[in-house]
Design a protein around this ligand. Structure first.
Ligand code: GUN
Length: 292
């Protein structure tokens, strides 16, 4: 029977550590980390996520500034707001909740953010620097996965890691982060042939496919560490992961539950990035125009 990795508890511990570090930063420099969260439109799930991010900021003693814009806002209004926030001394992190309405190009919006304030780690400059190994900020969900592994005492170096899913937010940045930690990495996706054969080799199996309970016991190697990034709402309203938990927990050595696994870590990492952004701007002593 696998050890269940308690992401809720680990995230709570990290949030308390960040709160203490923010107090230290304030005592030394008078700087209070500030996060601007921009929500466009009325998507119910996005409203819930944004509300949680704002609450987490306040709990950590950060400044949280909220922008709620109508779904028909012009792209140029949004880039103007971001331009102002890039120059705002009280704001160290800028987060635009995705997805955006269809008339707004998300690439234009992400690229308008100063990379030093890009606490989502989505700016191509940060992705490029991740490629070389030293971004200002890393994407929060993959970062949260590494933190869960580290705090559970799971070795990464030299491990056979298999990722199911190749999104820009999870699969692709996670592959780079695991490579940087010296894992041997395979990325699977919808066109992968013999998926079970590939996942069956994994000592470290991470699923971010968004398909309810698709990873079944027969796809998992004995003693594998299994990380479930899936958040799938069934017709019944029940939230399930990508992993068939009951079956796989009999085979794995460690497993994350859904809910209460990776999910809470994403917000904890957003706070970590925002605190780092405040440190970065404090140590560089500047407001920074976008780097190209
Ligand atoms: N929408 C779903 N996940 C995310 C995220 O991590 N960041 C942003 N900005 N939007 C999202």
């Amino acid at each position: 029977m696998a050890i269940i990795i308690d992401g809720k508890k680990i995230a709570q511990d990290i949030r308390m550590e960040i709160r203490d570090k923010a107090l230290e930063l304030k005592a030394k420099t008078e700087i209070v980390p500030g996060l601007a969260v921009i929500l466009v439109g009325e998507d119910p799930a996005s409203k819930i996520y944004v509300g949680r991010k704002e609450d987490a900021c306040k709990d950590a003693g950060f400044v949280s500034r909220e922008y709620r814009l109508p779904a028909d806002v012009y792209e140029s209004e949004l880039t103007d707001i971001i331009g102002d926030l890039n120059l705002d001394n009280g704001i160290h992190g800028i987060l635009v909740q995705l997805p955006l309405p269809g008339h707004i190009n998300p690439d234009t919006i992400i690229e308008a953010i100063d990379p030093r304030k890009d606490v989502d780690g989505f700016h191509p400059y940060n992705i490029g620097r991740l490629f070389y190994g030293n971004p200002y900020h890393r994407a929060c969900t993959p970062m949260g996965i590494l933190e869960l592994l580290d705090r559970s005492g799971v070795e990464i170096e030299g491990k056979e890691a298999v990722i199911v899913g190749r999104s820009n937010i999870v699969g692709k940045p996670l592959a780079l982060m695991l490579l940087a930690r010296h894992a041997t990495v395979t990325v699977c996706h919808t066109r992968t042939k013999n998926l079970a054969e590939v996942t069956g080799r994994a000592e470290l199996l991470i699923s971010a496919a968004g398909r309810p309970e698709m990873i079944t016991g027969d796809m998992v190697r004995d003693g594998a560490v299994v990380i479930d990034v899936g958040m799938n709402r069934l017709g019944s309203g029940k939230l399930v992961g990508d992993v068939a938990f009951h079956e796989v927990s009999e085979i794995a050595s460690y497993i994350t539950p859904v809910p209460g696994g990776v999910g809470p870590m994403t917000i904890a990492m957003l706070l970590k990035n925002t605190l780092n952004a405040a440190h970065l701007i404090a140590t560089q002593g500047c407001n920074c125009s976008p780097q190209r």
